[in-house]
Design a protein around this ligand. Structure first.
Ligand code: MN
Length: 310
């Protein structure tokens, strides 16, 4: 399933993609017309949905499967759309699939060539920094350049979204704690990032972290270390790598983090970017107004971000 969060008629809703349509999961359970005892209550927010674990996931599959079969009948589809069970892609605005993650844990220098292009040796331990939810940006929305810096850079990344929480999660079972995966562009304001030893400010400008377009559930991504990631800026290929060359794979990151802290449903782990970012190019390739950044990951889709003037 491709799970999404959308803003529809002023409300934030959680849904699942069905071709050109988005099925509203909360209303979809009602619309199935099952006897009351079999009605499937599904929440309206992604965090609550993910907290529902495998039961919620199974219910969502039942709702999506039950309604998909009705979409071929245009009168039925129109009725479902009128009732707010079904949204046409054009009548909603997508939000980050997880708009308010409890934690956003980002990994720095998780690809050896990217460490080297920045003048560092590949690290022996994962390097983490934090982002806050205010720094997320909806898929397709423009990133507005900041007035205070000309050094705006792109970083295409795979994100693991935590489903089942936990502490001291063994590496061998870590992927069972992943609800699914999505795409991230860790837009970085390099001069602010490097002014001090802590990168936090340069990684947390308002709305500087495009996320999406959908949370693709784990069953559709059998191996997160076998995906191809590419980044194009205004049509020019900048980054291309397999996630197989991550220094610390997703399962290791989950095990390592959860030695220290409790992971919760909706937490995001951004797994770092491969080589080819703008600052390391000669001359540097900073993002400018009019650019379009496309981050693509196999099985997950494309995350597109236009760059707008301050
Ligand atoms: Mn990054």
């Amino acid at each position: 399933m491709r799970l999404v969060t959308v803003s529809a008629r002023g409300q934030t809703r959680v849904g699942v993609e069905a071709g050109e349509w988005i099925i509203d999961l909360n209303r979809g359970g009602e619309a199935l017309g099952a006897p009351a005892r079999r009605r499937i209550p599904l929440p309206k927010s992604m965090n609550e949905f993910l907290a529902g674990g495998e039961d919620a996931m199974a219910a969502a599959r039942e709702v999506a499967g039950g309604l998909r079969g009705r979409l071929g009948d245009s009168r039925e589809a129109a009725r479902l759309q009128r009732d707010g069970v079904l949204w046409a892609a054009g009548e909603v605005r997508r939000l980050p699939p997880v708009p308010a993650p409890p934690k956003i844990l980002c990994v720095g220098r998780n690809y050896a060539e990217h460490a080297r292009e920045g003048g560092s040796e590949p690290p022996e331990l994962p390097i983490f920094f934090g982002r806050f939810p205010h720094s997320l940006l909806a898929p397709g929305e423009p990133y507005v350049l900041p007035k205070v810096s000309p050094q705006v850079d792109f970083e295409g990344e795979l994100v693991a979204v935590i489903g089942m929480g936990g502490r001291e999660i063994p590496e061998a079972r870590a992927l069972e704690h992943v609800a699914g995966y999505t795409i991230f562009n860790d837009i970085s304001i390099r001069d602010f990032q490097r002014r001090t030893s802590q990168w936090m400010i340069g990684k947390n400008f308002d709305r500087s972290g495009p996320l999406g377009p959908a949370l693709v559930t784990r069953d559709e991504v059998p191996d997160p270390q076998a995906l191809t990631l590419t980044v194009d800026v205004s049509g020019e290929r900048m980054q291309e790598a397999s996630t197989s060359i991550m220094i610390f794979p997703v399962a290791h990151l989950i095990a390592y983090i959860s030695e220290a802290l409790t992971l919760e449903p909706g937490d995001l782990i951004a797994t770092g970017t491969p080589s080819g970012v703008g600052f390391a190019r000669k001359p540097p390739r900073w993002l400018r107004a009019g650019d379009v950044v496309r981050v693509s990951i196999s099985r997950l889709g494309v995350l597109e971000t236009p760059i707008a003037a301050a």
